[in-house]
Write a protein that binds this ligand. Structure first.
Ligand code: ADP
Ligand code: MG
Length: 617
């Protein structure tokens, strides 16, 4: 047989390498900015169009490249940063693999302009899909500008795989924040679609953190400083009372490189022991300096995971240092573990009389089996539901009710029957009566036995369908705030809120004014109250970051899920009999009552014969 193995042409090898190095626009941003930092830039500008899908351009004032180097920089394994394997263990640069530019040039249209300080003229190179299309001598400023256009133009599958602009922008901002935090003495500018998102002046670490995460961050920071033989730790942790429900602002830098480490994260969280409410996560910005020869950075293509020689010692030092600082700054537990449950619980019928509308509006006489549905709209909705809406609700209802319809009937019949027949009058059988168990479950007797309902998951389902209906089918009802509220966010979060502004408006929000770090909210959906605005918007931002909806997908579903999760009654909330009854009724008037919006079961029935079986063993 003849030989069949052959070396891949360079452009194919580059494309394959690109698969590892370049997952999305944010990967390009990271590689280009890191190159600028390695080139000694003091000022770096990042320009984006359409979340980087159309354009990513990085301009720096670094040392630039000669004409020959400019050409070579696009070759694979071409690097000025290491010469032999030994150098790998003494890295002072971000890059060293020499494959970023080659990879990027294999899958995009790239335009490079670069000039060294002492040269009069610079070099311009255009390269598309690894092919150089032009090289010219040009006059340009000292430093380097690289524009990457039409990313993945020759790999449609990858291009189609990209997420919505909001999500891709979020990934870019994450990368941007990481390098900007690692290098406070470099000034950074970020423009997206010609809007300025960040203008970070050369500063110190504390000011840089505040410039990125908003002025409110300043009062939250507790400084950390520790120097030992094997490690120096600097930076800040946020006071425990500012811990977040979702992991958000958690940053480790090792020798000025952002890294992820669940091991070190554990050390920090451990230092907060006893100071955090369960389920909340402390924010931190921790900068570790270790001798370069005690770490291995080359274990991951994007270099965000590294290996430490003496992990255990680092863990102990980190934990002790953070604990010490928390103690020193007298961060006593001012946490209020017994805070007013209504803060977490919008399911509060005592408020029914005042202007704010409770999140669930219930028609106790509602009967899903009647042909004419009486599903009641929130009381201060001005518009009555369009009849088509009512119908689709009704017809879906009938289709999907099979699973639970049987709950309240013990006969074969699927004839519409009256509610009174489902829940026989209480004097006779106690059917339909509910009990709350451990402030977590509702137990309701039904004709065939009992049904056990998870109160929080059930309420999530109810709210989810209500929001989805409000947002998508009819114009959501909005309540104008008497005094518009001004809420502070980091500028990247503001950017994100702005990008989903119209979706939020469909949900009932009204916005007055956007500034770089705040938004003025003039109206909110009737189903939420003013005190919940920040909470649910923060939750929504977290969810959008995590849920990663695809391009074709609107944010409606994520939004409805997020709102439902934020606003649902929680385990631990006690419900009075009326509230219990309303929840049960509302659950079983949902289209899909048996699962929560996140796919968990909302209730379980136990038929009489199953109960009997327990005792007849
Ligand atoms: P690496 O960073 O791993 O060396 P890259 O493919 O990212 O590999 O870059 C290749 C080379 O191109 C670098 O080693 C550097 O010499 C040069 N280079 C890239 N970007 C810049 C820049 N912004 N300024 C100066 N030189 C650069
Ligand atoms: Mg590089």
């Amino acid at each position: 047989m003849s030989d069949i193995i052959q070396l891949l042409p360079d452009h194919v090898a580059n494309q394959i390498a690109a698969g590892e190095v370049v997952q999305r626009p944010a990967s390009v941003v990271k590689e280009l900015i890191e190159n600028s930092i390695d080139a000694g830039a003091t000022s770096i500008t990042l320009l984006l169009k359409d979340a980087g899908k159309t354009l990513i351009q990085v301009i720096d004032d670094g040392k630039g490249m000669s004409a020959t180097d400019a050409r070579l920089s696009f070759e694979r394994h071409a690097t000025s940063k290491i010469k032999d394997a030994q150098d790998l263990f003494n890295l002072n640069t971000k890059g060293f693999r020499g494959e970023a530019l080659a990879s990027i040039a294999a899958i995009a249209h790239v335009e490079l302009k670069t000039k060294q300080e002492d040269d009069e003229l610079g070099t311009q190179i255009k390269i598309e899909g690894s092919e150089i299309t032009s090289q010219e001598v040009v006059s340009t400023a000292k430093g380097t500008s690289i524009a990457v256009k039409n990313l993945f133009f020759n790999i449609p599958a990858r291009r189609n795989f990209l997420k919505s602009d909001t999500v891709e922008t979020r990934h870019i901002v994450d990368e941007f924040q990481r390098v900007a935090l690692a290098h406070p003495t470099i000034s950074f500018l970020l423009h997206h679609n010609n809007n300025e998102v960040y203008h970070l002046k050369k500063s110190n670490l504390r000011k840089r953190i505040v410039a990125i995460f908003g002025t409110k961050m300043n009062e939250k920071l507790v400084p950390i400083n520790e120097q030992t033989d094997i490690i120096t730790v600097n930076g800040f942790v946020a006071k425990p009372e500012f811990a977040k429900k979702k992991r958000g602002e958690q940053f480790f830098f090792v020798n000025n490189r952002f890294i992820k480490s669940s091991y070190l994260n554990h050390a920090v969280v451990n230092a907060f022991e006893g100071l955090l409410e369960s389920g909340s996560h402390p924010s931190y910005f921790l900068y570790l300096e270790v001798p370069p020869n005690t770490i291995d950075i080359n274990i991951h293509p994007t270099k965000t995971e590294i290996k430490f020689d003496n992990e255990k010692a680092l863990y102990a030092i980190l934990r002790a240092t953070v604990k010490h600082s928390l103690g020193q700054y007298n961060v006593a537990p001012v946490l209020d573990f017994d805070r007013d449950a209504t803060l977490d619980t919008p399911y509060d019928y005592s408020k029914k009389s005042n202007s704010s509308v409770p999140p669930i509006t219930v028609d106790p006489t509602f009967n899903p089996f009647k042909t004419e549905t009486n599903y009641k709209e929130p009381s201060n909705t001005n518009s009555s539901p369009k009849s088509s809406t009512t119908h689709s609700y009704q017809s879906n209802f009938k289709k999907d009710t099979g699973s639970w319809e049987a709950l309240y009937t013990n006969t074969e019949t699927i004839e519409p029957i009256q509610q009174e027949q489902l829940f026989e009058s209480e004097q006779e059988t106690e059917t339909g009566k509910t009990f709350q168990i451990q402030k977590k479950y509702l137990l309701s007797s039904i004709k065939s036995g009992v049904v056990l309902i998870h109160q929080s998951l059930a309420h999530q389902r109810v709210l989810y369908e209500e929001f989805l209906e409000n947002i998508t089918v009819k114009e959501a009802s909005s309540q104008q705030l008497l005094f518009p509220v001004n809420i502070s966010f980091s500028s990247s979060d503001i950017e994100m809120i702005y990008s989903i502004k119209s979706d939020l408006e469909s949900a009932g929000f009204m916005f007055d004014e956007f500034t770089k770090e705040s938004v003025v909210i003039a109206g909110i959906p009737t189903s939420i109250s003013e005190s919940q605005i920040t909470l649910i918007l923060e939750q929504l931002l977290d969810d959008i970051k995590l849920e990663v909806p695809d391009t074709s997908f609107s944010h409606f579903d994520v939004m409805a899920k997020s709102f439902a999760k934020s606003l649902a009654i929680k385990t631990g909330a006690s419900l009075n009999p009326k509230e219990q009854e309303n929840l049960v009724n509302n659950l079983f008037s949902c289209k899909e009552p048996n699962i929560s919006p996140f796919g968990k079961p909302t209730f379980k029935t136990l038929a009489l014969n199953e109960i009997d079986a327990i005792f007849n063993k």
